[in-house]
Write a protein that binds this ligand. Structure first.
Ligand SMILES: [Zn+2]
Length: 327
């Protein structure tokens, strides 16, 4: 068994701050070991997915967009909608997350699922929750993969919602074949590398461009209220390493993770969310949030700033270990 020398906090900080230095002092193995420590039990599943068995390690045939669309068995994915915070509602599936962020002037939907889920989960889900889909003003798309963007066109055409996406991801979305639920969205708001802020009524979402998972991946910082108490969510817009396996792509991903970690820190985020329930246990936490809590017991999504930081340290270290392994 290979024993890894532990990387102490000052050295770890140096690695994160200075990739050039990391090249001299680190190996892919020491970076994986540091990522494992950063993940702890909080992000063990995500660590395994991106650090131990990255999706792009073995070449896969590219997806065939012309292939017949198969809708999986509803029992495998359908989830009830849940109110999770005073102003945030889970309208995702058991596998993919979608959220409705309510404001004083309408609803912001974050991610829109595969096309087969848009009606039952988001449109009907909002109704079940006592909300009105006609009040959707913005649709934020974390990145242009079908599990997050296929529902966007329906919300745009039926309710007049403005769709927000990273500029490079608009290009790939506009090229994909129309899907059953509303087709392909028309280009609305394209976010460049500088990011943007989306304000609706009393609520502002800070949109941070975090390229890596896709060239136009967007991550978010936004406020939620838990029994009137304000908390900040850091929503990571892309996770898996299923992009082309090039050293440059891992460097971009690493830098995006660092950027979002810093933004989360400045914003005081104590909640980490992602768009696949396997990465943040969204479906479990949404159901846990329905149960009564003991006095002083935290919301099931609330952690602390250091725990949120460890997520971005871990994903950044995993990307850097892959990049270094290719040298
Ligand atoms: Zn994706």
């Amino acid at each position: 068994m290979k024993v890894h020398r532990p990387v102490g906090a000052p050295l770890l900080l140096a690695l994160l701050l200075c990739p050039a230095h990391a090249q001299e002092t680190s190996t892919p193995e020491t970076l994986v070991a540091a990522a494992k420590r950063a993940a702890g039990q909080d992000y063990a599943g995500t660590f395994l997915r991106v650090c131990v068995a990255p999706d792009n390690l073995t070449p896969r045939p590219p997806p065939n967009p012309a292939a017949a669309r198969t809708v999986p068995d509803r029992a495998a994915w359908y989830a009830q909608p849940y109110k999770v915070f005073d102003n945030l509602y889970f309208v995702g599936t058991k596998i993919h997350s979608a959220w409705a962020l309510t404001t004083s002037d309408g609803i912001i939907v974050i991610d829109t699922l595969f096309d087969y889920a848009i009606e039952p989960e988001i449109v009907e889900g909002l109704t079940k929750l006592g909300l009105d889909a006609r009040n959707i003003k913005y649709v934020l798309i974390s990145h242009a993969h079908g599990d997050h963007d296929q529902g966007a066109a329906l919300l745009q055409t039926r309710f007049g919602a403005k769709v927000v996406m990273g500029a490079p991801d608009w290009d790939s979305t506009l090229q994909r074949p129309a899907t059953a639920a509303g087709g392909v969205p028309k280009r609305d708001i394209a976010v460049g590398p500088e990011g943007t802020k989306i304000t609706l009524g009393d609520t502002t979402v800070n949109v941070v461009a975090t390229p890596g998972h896709t060239p136009g991946t967007l991550s978010y910082l936004f406020p939620v209220k838990d029994g009137g108490r304000s908390l900040v969510v850091a929503y990571s817009g892309g996770t898996a390493f299923n992009f082309p396996r090039l050293a440059q792509n891992f460097a971009i991903y690493r830098d995006g993770a660092k950027k979002m970690g810093e933004a989360a820190k400045s914003a005081g985020a104590t909640i980490l969310m992602t768009n696949h329930t396997e990465f943040d246990r969204a479906y479990d936490r949404a159901r846990l949030a329905q149960l009564p809590r003991a006095a002083g017991e935290k919301h099931p999504y609330e952690t602390d700033a250091a725990t949120v930081q460890r997520y971005f340290e871990m994903t950044g270290l995993c990307a850097e270990s892959q990049r270094l392994s290719m040298e």
